[in-house]
Design a protein around this ligand. Structure first.
Ligand code: TYM
Length: 391
């Protein structure tokens, strides 16, 4: 595999400043993932961890091999526990602020791989309260609609219905609130301010929210009646929640939750992650083929201004969102390495990459939509009801 992982070879554009910001609600600037590991105090995923995964699963998921999942907290500990026959739960989630885009699907697809390989139960949280509280202009009605639509996406991802339960905060709060209260009692406002950057103008709903997202870290222990390991796959923007949760875990008699953190799938614009707030640069699971075609054809690339210059100078694949999107989603490792070399040497034009991306995305979304339709009939099977499951 070609090494594309050094901090210099950053997966966003070179013409931005070195400043970047990553919080659960804002991701801005040119992200240096190595610096982020230092800033957040997480650990890089090393070869010895990859070897442990391979030993346990027989194969390495491409997103691990490509270092898309690049950082962790106690992932090695979870793998050791598994070897000692102590099973872990998976926990991940979604804030239903809009329709789901392909960036959101990345951690979910990886979570499905972990569920398949390790046979783990999964808790999937929908933080409808968080998304209502965060945006001044969003009504509960709107959030309710997106919650339903997002549930279809979760089910369409292909999780095992016997081993997966969805918790919607405003609907299932009775299962979360006792735990959230225990957590909240152990966190001062001063800690919450420093972890999340809350200020005097933050509404009190947001200030009180983090324990609700922390609660599913301990729900498996309640379900199982004993301390139970939990692994959280998500992009690294969610890490502040886990930093806070890990701080209180042992004081509450539970294991610290483990995490495996991914990078961000870039949007199709000049910079930034794929985000619902820039819909023209994101591909949604609800998009029609014509919309996908239009978005991809308007995508920013690392190409030169003219075909002649491209042939002469070669393109900048590392700064090209189309390249990364293809690498993480549709190309095999070999195809992607070849694409990189051909682009750099001027033997590949942007039109060809865009055409590959449009074709891959259209076919993926068409199939995904069929699964979304089928999901409508099985929603009830996935909803958490306070009972143990997956046995
Ligand atoms: P949300 O809805 O912002 O994001 C859902 C999941 O998608 C990841 N993500 C991305 N991954 C790759 N590329 C992108 N462009 C991209 N954008 C978003 C997020 O990291 C997340 O994993 N508060 C949470 C909901 C939540 C949660 C959780 C998430 C509740 N419990 C446990 C992860 C784990 C939220 O608003 O996620």
């Amino acid at each position: 595999m070609i090494d594309v992982s050094s901090s210099k070879n950053n997966e966003s554009n070179d013409n931005l400043t070195d400043e970047f910001k990553v919080t659960p609600w804002q991701v801005e600037g040119k992200i240096d993932y190595n610096k982020l590991i230092e800033r957040f105090g997480t650990q890089p995923i090393t070869q010895s961890i990859l070897d442990k995964v391979k030993k346990a699963t027989g194969e390495l998921h491409p997103l691990l091999k490509l270092q898309y999942f690049f950082s962790h907290r106690d992932f090695d500990w979870i793998l050791d526990k598994y070897q000692e026959h102590e099973n872990f739960y998976l926990y991940t989630g979604r804030g239903p602020s809009g329709m789901v885009h392909m960036g959101h699907l990345m951690p979910w697809m990886f979570t499905k791989y972990l569920q398949d390989k390790f046979g783990s139960n999964l808790l999937f949280q929908l933080t409808d309260d968080e998304k209502f509280l965060y945006a001044q202009t969003r009504s509960m009605e709107e959030i309710r609609l997106y919650t339903y639509e997002n549930i279809l996406d979760i089910i369409a991802t292909g999780f095992d219905s016997k081993k997966t339960r969805i918790v919607v905060d405003t609907k299932h709060i009775q299962y979360l609130y006792p735990l959230a209260s225990e957590i909240a009692k152990r966190i001062t406002f001063s800690t919450a301010k420093s972890v999340f950057g809350f200020s005097n103008s933050t509404n009190v709903g947001m200030i009180g929210f983090p324990p609700i997202q922390a609660a599913p870290c301990f729900l498996p222990s309640v379900i199982e009646g004993k301390p139970t390991p939990v692994l959280i796959p998500a992009a690294i923007d969610q890490d502040p929640y886990w930093r806070m949760t890990r701080d209180v875990a042992e004081r509450m008699g539970y294991y610290k939750p483990s995490q495996i953190h991914s990078k961000f799938l870039p949007g199709l614009g000049m910079s930034g992650k794929m985000s619902s707030s820039k819909p023209e640069t994101a591909i949604f699971t609800s998009d029609e083929p014509e919309e996908i075609e239009k978005k991809v054809s308007a995508a920013f690339t690392g190409g030169q201004a003219t075909v002649g210059l491209q042939r002469l100078l070669g393109g900048n694949a590392i700064g090209c969102p189309v390249f990364w999107y293809l690498r993480y989603f549709f190309d095999t490792e070999r195809e992607s390495d070849e694409r990189l070399l051909k682009c750099k040497s001027g033997n590949l034009l942007c039109g060809e990459c865009k055409s590959d991306l449009a074709k891959g995305s259209k076919s993926f979304i068409t199939n995904f939509k069929k699964r979304r339709e089928k999901a409508k009939d099985v929603i009830a099977n996935f909803m958490y009801d306070g009972q143990s499951y997956g046995k």
